[in-house]
Design a protein around this ligand. Structure first.
Ligand code: CTP
Ligand code: MG
Length: 230
């Protein structure tokens, strides 16, 4: 099925701090965004990539990412929005009607693999919507007022959502449309498909598929890269 990847890369990286948004920081000598794009570009399942970037960095991205020719699948670079959801919606608006599956992947998860793409797209083709996720490993506490534990939560049904996430195009469009009308703000796209009452299945990911969020994640990221090339 024709599959388009949307890559939200328009955040400001407030939790990382610093002046350069984290997707443009180097990991293994290349911008994190480029590391993520390499995997999507190399996947035979992905036909096209649409990037959402900060308006202020759009020209930089056109010159240094699109113009190099290395990422020939990147067909469009759109300005992002205030929230991640807005950035994804802007990119989704550029997806052609012939597209059957839309895969959404955060620019700041550079350790996705071809295997994850295959499994999440296959599950989306079969079930309509699927996400890469990780079962909780730690004991989970519900903490109330004053920092006092109220109870220990059963972790068995709890999963941590990652990307890539893949959806039937019409479901993702309907979810974004409904969220916009209802004023719902979500931090992932599966949430919006859940909103329209469609089932979203989980596909087990990997602990290596970290989201580069805080400064220590850069250190962890370099270690993951080194372990892969060793
Ligand atoms: N993102 C985006 N547009 C936004 C906000 C986020 O495209 N308005 C993207 C980020 O660039 C990132 C992904 O969504 O690739 C996941 O978001 P997150 O890790 O929260 O990144 P930031 O929002 O940049 O970081 P922070 O929340 O710490 O400010
Ligand atoms: Mg954010």
């Amino acid at each position: 099925p024709r599959t388009v990847a949307l890559v939200p890369a328009a955040g400001r990286g407030l939790r990382m701090g610093g002046h350069i948004p984290k997707q443009f920081l180097a990991l293994g000598g290349r911008p994190i965004l480029a590391q993520s794009l390499l995997v999507l570009q190399a996947s035979p399942l992905i036909h096209e990539i649409i990037l959402a970037v900060p308006q202020s960095e759009r020209q930089y991205c056109l010159d240094h990412i699109v113009a190099t020719g290395e990422f020939s699948k990147v067909t469009k670079v759109v300005p992002g929005g205030v929230q991640r959801q807005d950035s994804v919606r802007h990119a989704l608006a550029e997806v052609s009607q012939e597209t059957e599956i839309v895969l959404v992947h955060d620019a700041v998860r550079p350790f996705l693999t071809e295997d994850m793409i295959r499994r999440v797209v296959a599950a989306a083709v079969e079930h309509g919507a699927a996400i890469i996720a990780l079962p909780m490993r730690d004991t989970v506490k519900y903490v109330g007022a004053g920092g006092v534990i109220e109870r220990t939560v059963d972790r068995r049904p709890l999963w941590l959502a990652q990307t890539p996430q893949a959806f039937r195009r019409d479901w993702l469009e309907e979810g974004h449309h409904k969220a916009l009308l209802a004023g719902v703000q979500a931090t992932d796209d599966a949430h919006l498909v859940e909103l329209i009452g469609k089932p979203v299945v989980v596909v087990e990911g990997s602990g290596e598929n970290i989201k580069v969020t805080r400064p220590e994640d850069l250190v962890i990221g370099e270690a993951i890269l080194n372990s892969r090339t060793a």
